[in-house]
Design a protein. Structure first.
Lengths: 429, 429
């Protein structure tokens, strides 16, 4: 079948995520037949360098032989089993490994299916922790320009008008503090302090995306803010939730972004890269203190009874273990340092372009913010299309181009990604 | 490793879903090494007949050869690709097949990862449909004794105190109408009418689990209620959301429960059995009229921008197609009729037991509600343990024992499941 035939079949029935479907009248959907390593291929054998890791998930390339092998092995034994009252080795191994890879106080883990669900679990647990002690602290604080997911709790703590505003009437009220990515760090921390002061005793948790507000135009800030925020949360007796759904698993240069701030959050939410772009899985990690607040006789009614049917899915846990194997065996974090340096070096030249406002980078995420375009002009689509013609798949957010390549990108592939983009930004647009 | 060694490793780090972790001090967690067809096996080679399909998902047995083969084939080509702007054949095929298997007006489909996310999507879409036309209808109506999931929107439309009450302060307010499973059907429909009348113009949707309120003690009601509710929703201009996450894919005897009411809901939510117990996937199906309310020029800001990273996951779609293959090739729905009749026949004898309040059944779900036990006595755990000793895994909800076997159960396995349970209920408890 041709791309066009498949697109037509698709558009008869499918509403795609994060899409105005009418856009596909002018901007054809691309049916993908095959993926291998850094490339995806359509039904007419065009190849595209997947420079955003298929929405920030595919960290080791498509159809990875090692992960495929591990899935096959797992399928012979067990695909899935109820995770209430039962358990299995892939989940036990994964829990043990994640605990050993994260700050020591994070000893406990709760499984879920996607990032939104992980955020919901951390919010509910943070609230219930205090409720179990007889105190209701119904308020949640997040940062302006934040994004934490699509379900109604995760959306309520987000501050992205594009995704949230229309639902205002059906979301609980939450509070947003000034973001260190948009303001001076001290101004941001002062704002957080005045909010925690004003609502003292009512706030159960503060939730942040450490270092990068990814869906928030890839705005970035420094680890020093996180350190100050940690102290502030301690001062006010408020939990700190680190949403590393997008930034975890090596994205910011370290395995987890919080390492750079040298702090321990009370909750750590992980997803996306955890299965290397293979399938949904998320986890929430937390402290023994939090765990113990739910540990009592059943009759006391204080447990955390959350569940999704596929909680602790066996195949997904086996895949996550394979992902951790690759990190270890291939020494990924160390090897990425060279790629990070290359990206930094190669993107310097954007800074001298008239239409570039800023080039910013944290590890394996580099964003180029443009300026001077009419707000009605959908410059992101123009750049997307121009790059696609050159076999480079990028997906700018508004006027922010970003690179979030899989860690299997070769130097040549990284250079091609940047060169193609530079040509477009400097001459064609 | 022994069961006990693995359990200890597990309990160091894992917080299990829907569990008071302290219970595991007395009621050991069971590590599962292997699953095959109707059985799961622990690390000491004990076998358990999985009579609840591993939490209502595993409809064709564990480690199914055909599904395994289809996963392998898919892994060679493509494990996953971003579903915004791109598509793939497994999703297109699945959409087409689901549209052909459901009522004709349900032409459109939106993908998500789990049941809760599907509910959230239907609630948000129902609300936004009216908002896009300039009207805010922020209220949602559901049934008393209902359960629709764990994320904060899905939980808000649930009415299960065990899961919801503690979070009251962080959930939006919704309205519950009398359930036809607990009241006379006409009283229930009158109550719904008076609610829709009282809040006329403010309600965007009514959400129900057709025929069985599964987590609500497997309470059941008749298709005639759904027919009346459909008429009522039409009268008041309110959407009807059918949550077939648990009851879909053959559970109630027909492929979908709504078939028995001969109506079309405005939204149909599916998950669990959709991947035959293999991995998370959910879909929301809806009408062209709903789709069209979001279809416009991008600038109008009326699209539905929801997304999860793994939306339309390729492997999960391939698995779902394999599941539909099995339904077709093995003529499952027709073959299940014999099993349904056998379950009905074999469970009649419970009715004459002193400690049995009611035996109820809808297709492949049969519930036996007990009576006469002190509310403090955790009779469910006693029955669970007694059955497990006989190699039969059931998981009673409070004083309600239920059977929800995979469709691969043989007559002998069905009889064993019922015989073991009967012995326990009639003599041992």
């Amino acid at each position: 079948m041709t791309n066009n035939e498949l697109m037509k079949e698709d558009l008869k029935h499918i509403f795609h995520p994060c899409s105005q479907m009418k856009d596909y009248e002018k901007l054809p959907l691309i049916p993908i037949k095959k993926g291998k390593s850094s490339y995806i291929y359509d039904f007419e054998d065009n190849e595209y360098l997947d420079c955003i890791s298929s929405w920030w998930v595919n960290i080791f390339g498509h159809s990875n032989d090692y992960i495929n092998k591990k899935i096959n092995e797992q399928l012979q034994d067990l695909e899935h089993v109820i995770f209430a009252g039962f358990t299995h080795k892939p989940a036990i191994d994964l829990a043990k490994r994640l605990v050993s890879l994260t700050p020591e106080p994070l000893q406990k883990i709760f499984f879920a299916d996607n990032g939104s669900s992980a955020i919901e679990i951390s919010l509910k647990m943070a609230f219930q922790y205090f409720k179990n002690k007889g105190i209701s602290k119904p308020l949640f604080v997040s940062l302006e320009n934040s994004y934490h997911g699509e379900t109604m709790g995760a959306l309520a703590v987000s501050d992205n008008g594009l995704y949230k505003d229309i639902y205002e009437d059906i979301l609980i009220k939450t509070i947003q503090a000034k973001s260190p990515s948009l303001h001076d760090e001290d101004i941001a921390i002062d704002d957080m302090r005045s909010i925690l002061k004003k609502y003292e005793g009512q706030v159960s948790s503060v939730v942040i995306e450490p270092l990068i507000q990814c869906a928030g135009s890839m705005k970035m800030y420094n680890a020093s803010y996180i350190k100050k925020l940690r102290a502030l949360c301690d001062e006010f007796g408020v939990f700190l939730i680190a949403d590393e759904i997008a930034v975890g698993f090596g994205r910011t240069g370290t395995l987890f972004a919080i390492e750079q701030a040298d702090i321990t959050p009370d909750f750590l939410c992980l997803s996306k890269g955890i299965t290397g772009g293979y399938m949904p899985l998320s986890v929430v990690m937390f402290t023994d203190d939090i765990y113990n607040a739910f540990y009592c006789d059943y009759d006391e009614g204080k447990s955390f009874l959350d569940s999704h049917s596929y909680t602790g899915n066996t195949i997904a846990c086996a895949v996550a273990n394979a992902v951790l194997d690759i990190f270890e065996k291939e020494n990924i974090i160390e090897k990425n340092q060279e790629k990070i340096a290359l990206i930094e070096k190669q993107t310097q030249r954007f800074k001298s372009l008239e239409n570039v406002f800023e080039v910013r980078q944290r590890g394996m995420v580099c964003a180029i913010e443009l300026k001077g375009y009419d707000s009605n002009r959908r410059i992101n689509l123009e750049i997307f299309q121009a790059a696609l013609k050159e076999g480079v798949y990028i997906r700018p957010l508004g006027n922010v181009i970003y690179f979030m390549p899989p860690y299997c990108f070769t130097n040549e592939q990284l250079i091609k990604m940047i060169d193609v983009t530079y040509d477009i930004v400097s001459t064609k647009i």
